[in-house]
Design a protein around this ligand. Structure first.
Ligand SMILES: [Zn+2]
Length: 182
């Protein structure tokens, strides 16, 4: 779920917090934004395709990280933003396919690989978004962020867990509600 992606994106800032504490907060917020960004294509375009690049986000992310190491440390913020989007897109393979009730496994298409021009198959390691193991991942990645950082990053990390808990509880009832509204 997007909350897990936000938590994972923020966790990417933890190594930065160790070597450059003054960049920790901006990098963590950047990680949250980059972690959420690909799922904006839920609202427009083709979900898991328009803004998801499981391969093509990596070269700019790595290039920005190299620039940060060699030239200008501030570039690490941009590296983490793009890196979080890369991790999000690639890790969607670990979940289910794109469908209203992902636990039914009628669609194995997890995320579109623009480089090879085909859908990557869902691995179902996280059975569906909002599954208990998904909540566990949110907690696992948010906790070190909330413990090690303060201010806005801490609050975003706490908020991901606060929102993920009820989402996990009602997840399987959501499609019925959704269809009633439509
Ligand atoms: Zn996604």
């Amino acid at each position: 779920m997007v909350l897990t992606h936000i938590a994972v994106g923020m966790a990417l800032s933890l190594p930065v917090a160790v070597v450059a504490p003054d960049l920790a907060a901006s990098t963590a917020v950047g990680g949250a934004i980059g972690g959420a960004f690909p799922d904006v294509d839920l609202l427009f375009g083709d979900h898991r395709r328009t803004l998801h690049f499981p391969v093509l986000y990596w070269p700019p992310a790595i290039a920005l990280a190299v620039v940060a190491l060699v030239v200008s440390p501030i570039t690490i913020v941009a590296a983490v933003v793009v890196g979080a989007a890369a991790v999000h897109s690639a890790s969607d393979v670990l979940g289910a396919g794109e469908e209203l009730r992902p636990w039914e496994r009628t669609n194995p298409d997890a995320v579109y690989d623009h480089l090879r021009g085909r859908w990557l198959r869902a691995q179902y390691i996280v059975r569906y978004d909002g599954a208990p193991e998904d909540l566990l991942l949110t907690v696992a990645f948010s906790t070190p962020v909330a413990v090690c950082l303060d201010g806005l990053p801490r609050w975003i990390a706490v908020l991901t867990v606060i929102l993920a808990l009820p989402y996990t509880i009602v997840r399987k009832r959501l499609p019925n509600q959704f269809e009633k509204i439509l």
